[in-house]
Design a protein around this ligand. Structure first.
Ligand SMILES: *Cc1c(COP(=O)(O)O)cnc(C)c1O
Length: 347
């Protein structure tokens, strides 16, 4: 691979622009009592009358300590969906650049490429849900800026093989984005540990799944400090609100609590898989490293509607590449899973 040069990938307008300088960026409190009359806030204290820290320093320091990396490698967003959108805006020139995706995969990559007028080049996974590296490299050209690898993948549930990811990191001339929304359920460590080896690697994670905080919207992006600096320049100044920062810190400090819930979900997942094996219209249950199970059935749309009539909502993935007649079941509470299994057996 020719030497990675971030400057060749950043959009010209992003390189040229100056970021918005917020009032809270100009002065960092050193803990001494100050009088803040700089941001036109209402001065009467109610817990959220002040603008939040635009750099989320306290929250980042907890994440940095837990992941064992420096804060300069972290950017936080209003959900990982905002982080993904920032990547498009930083690197992809509308109507000129393209991205590579590996269907079947997360639907937001397509939505964001449509929104940002970026061509999406889809290279369908192989039958074993692993990437076809040769086909990917054939689809790439000088305008291919981002390659999205979702691992564990949604909706298939499998991890993408380490060897394939390394091949892509070493040969793709753009940025490889590894979406690790489900990594906390997986039997493999995070690619965050490899950041120092690959300057073109971006890893995204979220508090929406294993951490149980989908409602607060917090996404995390890990990358080389120079990549994070570009994203910091274009992010909305107050993109992570005060309530979210507080709730996230509280949850992150409760490591035992999170760990216990993940354990419980994984146990429930085993039970759900065992039960699905005894449902006669279930044809294949795919191996999963996430908090959901993808299964092939006789007629996905029929079974989806039957469950819906019984008050159970699952995801019908039949229109996705390689996913004909598949259903995706999220692992619920023990009670919810019992209801699901009873409903499936009654069909
Ligand atoms: C659920 C999910 C996300 C989460 O996005 P947030 O905006 O952080 O809630 C990201 N990527 C994938 C693949 C997902 O399935």
């Amino acid at each position: 691979m020719t030497k990675f040069n971030l400057n060749n990938l950043v959009r010209a307008n992003v390189k040229a622009m100056k970021p918005y300088s917020s009032a809270r960026d100009e002065y960092v409190s050193d803990g001494s009592e100050m009088v803040f009359l700089d941001a036109n806030e209402n001065p009467f204290e109610n817990g959220v009358n002040r603008y939040p820290d635009p750099q989320q320093r306290s929250l980042k320091s907890i994440i940095a300590a837990q992941k064992g990396i420096d804060e300069s490698h972290i950017l936080l967003g209003n959900g990982s969906d905002e982080v993904l959108d920032l990547l498009f805006r930083a690197f992809c020139q509308p109507k000129q650049d393209n991205i590579i995706t590996l269907p079947p995969t997360y639907g937001m990559y397509t939505v964001l490429s449509n929104l940002n007028e970026i061509e999406e080049r889809k290279v369908v996974l192989q039958a074993d849900f692993q990437p076809d590296v040769d086909a990917i490299l054939k689809a790439v050209d000088a305008h291919s800026k981002l390659l999205f690898i979702c691992s564990p993948n949604n909706p298939t549930g499998n991890l993408i093989a380490i060897k394939k990811v390394k091949q892509l990191l070493e040969t793709f001339q753009g940025i490889v984005v590894i979406d690790e929304a489900y990594i906390d359920f997986a039997d493999q460590s995070t690619w965050v540990n490899e950041l120092s080896n690959y300057p073109n690697l971006i890893v995204t994670q979220t508090l929406s799944k294993a951490y149980g905080l989908a409602g607060i919207r917090l996404g995390v992006c890990f990358a080389a400090a120079e990549v994070i600096a570009v994203l910091n320049k274009i992010k909305p100044p107050y993109n992570v609100n005060e309530l979210t920062q507080k709730a996230a810190m509280e949850r992150l400090m409760d490591e035992k609590g999170v760990e216990n819930e993940i354990k419980a979900i994984l146990e429930e997942r085993s039970g759900l898989i065992a039960a699905l094996q005894n449902v006669d219209f279930v044809k294949t249950i795919y191996p999963t490293e996430a908090n959901f199970v993808l299964a092939k059935v006789d007629d996905a749309t029929k079974r989806y509607n039957e469950l819906l009539a019984k008050g159970i909502v699952i995801r019908n993935r039949t229109t996705q590449a390689l996913c004909e007649n598949t259903l995706r079941f999220t692992v619920g509470t023990p009670e919810e899973n019992k209801l699901l299994i009873a409903a499936l057996k009654s069909l």
